[in-house]
Ligand binder design. Structure first.
Ligand code: DC
Length: 224
């Protein structure tokens, strides 16, 4: 199996880029942020503070997280209920960031992620895929862009999906999540030593997708 680990901060465009590249390559796209978001949703729905490890840890065995892949993309299920459309709000983003700091939550999701990579050619996006989840991935890419550019893209994405979004608020949110994600003790967001850095601030969506696809094809020995 071939695995591409795609890591980087919130809003760098990882998911849309990974989705398009995976489609072109015939790989399964795995959005690992959606796993943390699904746990965040469970916690908020049950009145549990995502920051409080003592509250979060005991309920983990009750949380059943499943994912399914179909041509439209990855679908998320929480205890058998489809929640794909419920996990994209700013509240869930923050809950996911908070709960992802707990080692028990990360351990809880680790095997699920590795299992997917054992069974499929994957393009997996997240924060610690190249460093922790799939350290043996054949290709590691660290995708980034300036916080301002990421905020602009997120605002556009939210507005397109019919949600309200204020630039200043989103930028603050992104900076706060960057801080939390890079400063947590367990599996912080950081570029793997053997990862290729891809800064997308000045690149178009299509250019980034083609660079990524090109890197994979080169490693696979497939000509374009
Ligand atoms: O990629 P995303 O914005 O959907 O991720 C939501 C949160 O989940 C993010 O703030 C950090 C966390 N996360 C993580 O810690 N590790 C991953 N592999 C993916 C996401």
């Amino acid at each position: 199996m071939f695995a591409v680990a795609l890591d980087g901060p919130s809003g760098a465009g990882k998911s849309s880029i990974a989705k398009a590249a995976a489609k072109e390559l015939g790989f399964v796209y795995v959005d690992t942020g959606a796993l943390y978001r699904t746990i965040g949703l469970y916690l908020l729905e049950h009145g549990i503070d995502p920051k409080n490890a003592a509250q979060v840890e005991p309920v983990l065995p009750e949380i059943q997280v499943e994912l399914a892949h179909d041509p439209e993309g990855q679908k998320m299920f929480l205890c058998g209920r489809e929640v794909t459309g419920l996990i994209r709000t700013p509240e869930i983003s923050m809950a996911a960031s908070h709960c992802s700091a707990h080692p028990a939550v990360r351990a809880f999701l680790l095997e699920l992620q590795r299992e997917l990579a054992r069974k499929n050619n994957v393009l997996m996006d997240g924060r610690d895929i190249g460093t922790v989840v799939l350290p043996e991935a054949q290709l590691k890419v660290f995708l980034t862009a300036s916080p301002e550019e990421r905020a602009r893209r997120r605002v556009k994405q939210l507005r397109e999906s019919g949600q309200q979004a204020e630039y200043e608020e989103i930028l603050k949110d992104i900076e706060q999540r960057d801080y939390q994600d890079t400063h947590r003790e367990t599996a912080p967001l950081k570029q793997a030593e053997d990862a290729v850095l891809l800064d997308t601030t000045e690149l178009s969506f299509e250019e980034v997708v083609q660079r990524l696809v090109g890197m994979v094809k080169q490693l696979l020995g497939v000509s374009n």
